[in-house]
Design a protein around this ligand. Structure first.
Ligand code: ADP
Length: 431
């Protein structure tokens, strides 16, 4: 139970941490991209404005555009990182400083189809022949001679290097986050374990207390029971009918309390792991038969027909005493919660596939259990009808013990029920 809580806590820590890291990566990279883009945009716009002014000056003098001498760039032979194209109003290329050859045709095609507003900036990705991507930022600026528009200059910058750097940065952030997340999950697991130590101690102390208290209560209860019985059997005493009634009530209350304390002790011992499960080979059908015989008087009193069906012999490797207790709980409940004239049967079967298994099904034609209650009846002290359970001498711990017995044998217990028609408790044990 504690391991499960610890793992769940660690998972939650890790999940919260992952969400925070993801949010951090998304916000920081989006912010960084935005700032860089805004700066690039601003730079390119001023460069385009300057280029437009320069070209306007040339146009004023010669009434045509002339190719300017190549600017000094680190990449002159292979095209410039910052490049420009000047087009006259007829869309004819008038002057240019070309970009790298790999993106030239792509850039020109884009510019031809681009009806750029004055100062408009566009970010464009081009797929290169080697499968890589080039990222280019472009700005269109009109060239004026006085008030007459004499051409357009398109200035562009190949920012692939920034783009790849940002991609690498993002990848690095993701890798670092994964590493930190692993460390954080590991640390979270350790811290959750540390935080649970006092809780665990308190929990075990409380369980031990219940086990000790139940154990200590057993002796005075049996002394009380013996004393009451001694007084009841004392023929020398002349008891009034009132006293006889009081002694009867006391006797039945002491029995109820003894059962409650015994059930509590069983669960408390199971909780602190103080119960030894001794597995041995025995015949389950024979155990069921013996139990049916011993419960027959109760069934007769309640006018319930009790029978066994299925395998005649059924060898099983299990703790005989505990399995017998399990059958007793299920059969006792089936009889208790069935009306007069009802039918209770226990069906024992063996299956070879998919895994060898033994199935015990205890069915009754009683009041049945509503869907909502079916999930809860295996919990301690859960009773659908408290008054009814008390009247029948129930403690609300029977099915919790039954579930524990099934669990320690590596089996499963479930209930099928139709309210008003009856219930079936089906136990599957490894065979
Ligand atoms: P109890 O001592 O009250 O019988 P259990 O743990 O054995 O406690 O059962 C829990 C509750 O489940 C019971 O109070 C009863 O309401 C319901 N229950 C158990 N078995 C049956 C059954 N065969 N038919 C109808 N209700 C049942």
């Amino acid at each position: 139970m504690f391991a499960r809580i610890r793992n769940r806590l660690t998972l939650r820590y890790a999940l919260v941490m992952m969400l925070l890291m993801m949010a951090f990566i998304i916000v920081s990279s989006a912010g960084l991209l935005w700032i860089l883009y805004q700066e690039e945009r601003q730079d390119l716009r001023s460069f385009a404005a300057e280029e437009a002014r320069e070209q306007a000056g040339i146009y004023k003098e010669k009434k045509s555009f002339f190719q300017l001498p190549a600017k000094e760039t680190e990449d002159t032979d292979h095209g410039a990182k910052i490049f420009y194209y000047v087009f006259d109003p007829n869309q004819q290329l008038a002057a240019a400083e070309e970009p790298p050859p790999a993106i030239r045709s792509g850039v020109l095609r884009f510019i031809h189809n681009w009806d750029a507003a004055d100062g408009e900036v566009e970010l464009k990705k081009f797929r290169l022949a080697d499968g890589d991507r080039a990222v280019v930022i472009l700005c269109g600026m009109k060239i004026y001679d006085g008030s007459e528009m004499v051409g357009t200059v398109f200035v562009g910058e190949d920012i692939s290097a920034y783009y790849h750097m940002l991609k690498m940065l993002l990848l690095m952030m993701v890798v670092i986050s994964v590493i930190f997340l692993t460390i954080a999950a590991f640390a979270g697991h350790l811290l959750a374990g540390k935080a649970m130590i006092p809780i665990k101690q308190a929990f075990f102390r409380q369980r031990e207390f219940v086990a000790d208290a139940s154990h200590e209560l057993r002796t005075p209860l049996s002394v009380l029971q013996l004393s009451v019985e001694a007084v009841q059997n004392d023929n020398d005493q002349k008891l009034s009918s009132f006293s006889i009634q009081v002694l009867d009530d006391m006797n039945s209350e002491i029995r109820r309390m003894t059962k409650l304390v015994t059930d509590l002790l069983t669960l408390a011992r199971a909780d602190v792991g103080a119960t030894n499960i001794i597995k041995e080979k025995f015949d389950l059908a024979a155990v069921a038969e013996t139990l049916i015989r011993s419960l027959q008087p109760l069934a007769v009193v309640k006018a319930v027909n009790l029978e066994r069906r299925g395998e005649e012999t059924l060898p099983i490797m299990a703790d005989c005493e505990r399995i017998s207790q399990l059958l007793l709980i299920l059969l006792d409940n089936a009889i208790k919660y069935s009306p007069a004239g009802g039918k209770v049967d226990i069906l024992l079967t063996r299956a070879a596939t998919p895994k060898p298994a033994i199935t015990i099904a205890v069915s009754d034609t009683g009041e049945g259990i509503a869907e909502n209650d079916r999930q809860l009846i295996f919990e301690r002290f859960y009773r659908v009808d408290k008054a009814r359970s008390r009247e029948e001498g129930g403690t609300g711990l029977g099915l919790a013990i039954a579930k524990w017995i099934v669990d320690v044998h590596g089996g499963k217990i479930r209930v099928e029920s139709t309210p008003g028609k009856g219930s079936s408790f089906i136990v599957t044990l490894p065979g």
